[in-house]
Design a protein around this ligand. Structure first.
Ligand code: AGP
Length: 368
């Protein structure tokens, strides 16, 4: 085990730190810069069906579901195809309507999650084309799909999923670009995305350098038992993921939600010193997020902001700032989630928890 840990104290930290490398592996052979194409060999047989698809249903559980929610945004934004993410456990029992030309896209690190498998089977029986976005090669889900794209991020051992999430979001981005380019996305726009995607491993490396800074900040608030995570647009699912990471390994109660939703009830929770994490990179909804931050600040909340490098304005509001490089909005989750993984990791260690073996949890949930 010591050898596998490669000098890290926990698998979770190792897997967070190796994300630049695992993302490079995920992209290998898939970003064709010269020809300006995204290459997804696993989908090539079904390209026409994907271009003609009228609807994508993205199904998963837990962290993979959060990736799926980002997939919903990506598919609508970049491929202009109606998409919705659904918890597999809910989807399978709701007597789902599968219209013609539907695609079910199952996301799973292990490829063995019982509910995700059942949802996939249900939709496939009702006529959907079944795609998998899976890490574990040869797993049940990967065998039961018509086609798919492996993550190739390497085995994930830590119970808290980190590098698999980044791999899932990266693959969903590639799928959205693959379909989008064949529909309407201009060659130069795709070329720009390919350029930006190639830079992501280095960007993540830059974020990882803040690990000590993040630990020092977390130390000042880690005694608090209730946290909120807020974001908008592409960063709303990142808020959900940040909250899940914190809960599952540190046992701190945390809720994630769209920042605007706060005013519809949860704002009542905010009292002096409550940590509120805002995922607030520069982008189309930045000003709205700032006004949400002001509201929390006025009520005494302690603001932890994930913000773009060079954004000085945020310093006026935030007690602690974690920086991410400036990337196009659809790619933001791939960098904004990283400080939240480190936040959860350090929070759990500071609270003395067993990060790799959180209580009551198994790496994959193979029973309902
Ligand atoms: C997250 O950290 C958890 N390990 C959990 O939510 C996980 O993502 C979920 O159980 C789905 O697992 P899968 O990706 O193997 O299907």
């Amino acid at each position: 085990q010591q050898i596998e840990l490669g000098g890290y104290e926990h698998f979770m930290l190792k897997e967070i730190m190796e994300q630049p490398e695992s993302l490079r592996n995920c992209f290998r052979g898939r970003l064709d810069h010269r020809e300006g194409r995204v290459v997804l060999g696993g989908l090539s047989k079904y390209t026409r069906d994907l271009v003609r698809a009228k609807r994508f249903i993205v199904t998963a559980q837990g962290t993979a579901y959060h990736a799926g929610l980002i997939g919903e945004y990506l598919l609508e934004d970049l491929a202009k195809v109606p998409a919705r993410a659904a918890y597999a456990s809910e989807f399978r029992y709701r007597n789902p309507i599968i219209e013609d030309a539907s695609v079910i896209l199952a996301i799973s690190q292990s490829g063995e999650t019982a509910d995700t498998l059942a949802a996939l089977r249900e939709a496939r029986e009702r006529g959907a084309l079944a795609l998998g976005v899976v890490n574990q090669v040869g797993s049940t889900i990967s065998r039961e799909t018509d086609a798919g794209v492996y993550l190739h991020v390497g085995p994930e051992i830590g119970v808290a999923s980190t590098k698999a999430f980044v791999g899932q979001v990266a693959v969903l981005t590639l799928i959205a670009l693959y379909v989008g380019r064949r529909k309407f996305l201009a060659a130069d726009v795709l070329a720009h995305y390919i350029d930006q995607l190639e830079k992501l491993p280095d960007h993540i490396q830059t974020v990882l350098k803040q690990s000590d800074h993040i630990r020092d900040c977390v130390e000042k608030v880690v005694d608090r038992d209730n946290w909120l995570f807020l974001g908008r647009g592409y960063n709303y699912p990142v808020a959900l993921e940040g909250a899940l990471k914190l809960k599952e390994i540190s046992y701190i109660h945390a809720e994630g939600m769209p920042a605007a939703e706060m005013k519809h009830g949860p704002i009542a929770l905010i009292d002096e010193g409550m940590p509120v994490v805002f995922i607030a990179p520069r982008g189309s909804q930045y000003d709205k997020v700032i006004s949400n931050i002001e509201e929390v600040k006025a009520r005494g909340g302690r603001i932890i902001a994930v913000a773009t490098e060079g954004d000085e304005e945020i310093n006026r509001y935030a007690d602690f700032v974690f920086r991410v490089p400036d990337v196009p909005e659809p790619l933001q989750p791939l960098v904004t989630v990283v400080p939240l993984q480190l936040l959860a990791y350090h929070g759990a260690v500071l609270r003395g928890q067993d990060v790799d073996k959180p209580r009551n949890l198994a790496k994959s949930v193979t029973v309902e």
